[in-house]
Design a protein around this ligand. Structure first.
Ligand code: F6P
Length: 490
């Protein structure tokens, strides 16, 4: 049985009763930007916000996040709040402001140059800078103050997101011990050997153990966390209960595989606007009967985009009969471009696309179309629906919701998903074609297999994939977390 928005609403009503429901994350679900003289609202390319927005729409409450849009300040009230979504407001977005220096030290510096590469096995070394760590602590306190203000004198359940806010629960509880907190870590948790190089590892672990409940996507990351706490911190680790006690209080550690709003995506995919977008894409790129492949990613070195281009190169070299018959659309949303590694990745991809197109192009045909820009949800759905196959080739990924979005959009029960074994999603989406992105020859064979797969097999696989995502949708994810808290006597 799949969970619905209404099921979650009912659960929240009975379990949370009159507690305030507050979500906190770095990234905000709606960003207001200046576009000429106009204020435009955009939805960021973030699996986290895409997953949590429907949960907030179902539960109501307050979402506290960093307001980094160029018009964000212009549109909030005197308490820095705004009702969202813009077309059907049903919850409050409370924006937190940061200076450029704070953004640099906390977001770019510590979160994304230290914790991000530390948590992902992508062979990019973390950069630990003491000044960034100090700013990270300071910014966690800024978020904690905003959350405490939103709680006021009410009872509250605070649901903290991700690695930007590892110290938050302790800071909140230092001022208001009644608050219940759960935190979800959206990226992998590394093994102890990898984690222990962090000079402030103990403080981070201690910060996370301020939570009543700590969630990861998969059991393996929970086990890594339990082991890390056991080896690095004075604490009692109960593997049987998957719980850690420290300083007289206990944190439960649980796997909750995150997902998407399957029914909403399925519904949106059937909209006339998406059909029009598909027409527009066919017209714009003069598509005929070519095989269409897609990759949709934030331009991040963990996503394995160069590895994917290598595999496409190998495929075209080995199977020349497909030259002129396949077009691969790489859609890339620029991300964290103030970090050198990300800028280097951008030029690497530019060079590889240029090289590949130069090598194989013939007449008007080029194998790769690279679109590096922010695209609307309708355009992304149109590409998802047009594709014969979608490639997700992450080197390491907590879950990867692009894979689940592709599946949810395929109301025609067709299309093949090529999915890296190193994503959390690979554990659930077993009817995808699994790949090791480093194994270029096998990867190229998987592309061939996707293209040549008979229709009945494609449909049988897609049908099963859709059942999995429909059943394990984002309402189940949130419902499981809230039910687990309720068992704690919330
Ligand atoms: O899922 C991990 C994550 O870092 C989220 O926290 C974030 O919103 C998303 O990826 C996109 O990254 P960013 O917010 O840095 O653009």
């Amino acid at each position: 049985m799949s969970w619905t928005k209404e099921d979650l609403q009912q659960l929240v009503k009975t379990k949370l009763a009159d507690r305030r429901f507050i979500v906190v994350s770095n990234r905000e679900p709606y960003i207001h930007i200046l576009s000429g003289d106009e204020i435009q609202c955009i939805i960021p390319a973030s699996g986290l916000t895409v997953a949590l927005d429907p949960v907030m729409q179902a539960c109501g409450g307050v979402w506290v996040a960093y307001g980094n849009g160029s018009a964000d300040r212009e549109i909030v009230d005197e308490k820095n709040r705004i009702s969202v979504p813009p077309d059907e407001p049903c919850y409050t977005l409370r924006r937190v402001w940061l200076t450029k220096e704070e953004e640099e030290g906390y977001y770019l510096g510590f979160s994304n140059e230290a914790l991000w590469p530390l948590s992902h096995i992508a062979y990019t070394p973390p950069n630990f800078d003491e000044n960034n760590w100090d700013i990270y602590k300071k910014v966690n306190q800024i978020f904690a103050d905003a959350v405490l203000e939103e709680i006021g004198d009410k009872q509250a359940f605070v649901f903290i997101q991700d690695y930007h806010l590892a110290l938050l629960s302790r800071m909140i509880k230092a001022k208001n011990p009644q608050v219940i907190t759960a935190q979800f870590w959206h990226i992998p948790w590394p093994n102890t050997e990898a984690f222990r190089i962090c000079p402030w590892g103990e403080e981070i672990l201690d910060g996370l153990l301020g939570n009543d409940l700590l969630g990861f996507h998969i059991r393996y990351h929970c086990d890594n966390f339990l082991e890390t706490a056991k080896r690095m911190l004075e604490s009692r680790v109960d593997n049987e209960r998957s719980a850690i006690s420290r300083g007289g209080r206990t944190t439960l550690v649980r796997p909750f595989p995150i997902s998407v709003d399957f029914s909403r995506i399925t519904r949106d995919a059937a909209e006339a606007e998406v059909e029009e977008e598909m027409e527009e894409i066919r017209r714009r790129w003069q598509l005929g009967d070519e095989f269409i492949g897609i990759g949709i990613d934030r331009l991040d070195y963990t996503k394995g985009i160069p590895h994917r281009l290598n595999a496409l190169n190998k495929f075209l070299a080995k199977y020349p009969e497909y030259r002129g018959r396949i077009i691969f659309f790489q859609l890339g949303e620029p991300s964290r471009v103030h970090i050198k590694k990300y800028r280097e990745l951008n030029s690497e991809i530019d060079d590889m696309v240029e090289e590949l197109n130069w090598k194989y192009q013939s007449g008007a045909w080029k194998p790769i179309v690279y679109i590096r820009e922010h695209l609307s949800p309708a355009t992304l759905l149109a590409f998802n629906k047009l594709a014969h196959f979608c490639i997700v080739s992450s080197l390491h990924d907590g879950m990867n919701l692009v894979a689940k979005e592709f599946v949810s959009s395929r109301t025609d029960e067709d299309g093949v998903l090529i999915l890296s074994r190193f994503t959390g999603a690979a554990r659930e989406l077993t009817e995808a074609l699994p790949i090791n992105p480093y194994a270029t020859d096998d990867f190229a064979e998987a592309i061939k297999r996707a293209i040549e797969m008979p229709k009945e097999q494609r449909q049988a696989r897609m049908k099963k994939l859709r059942q999995v995502v429909e059943e394990n949708n984002v309402y189940r994810w949130a419902g499981n977390i809230i039910s687990e808290l309720a068992n704690l006597g919330l």
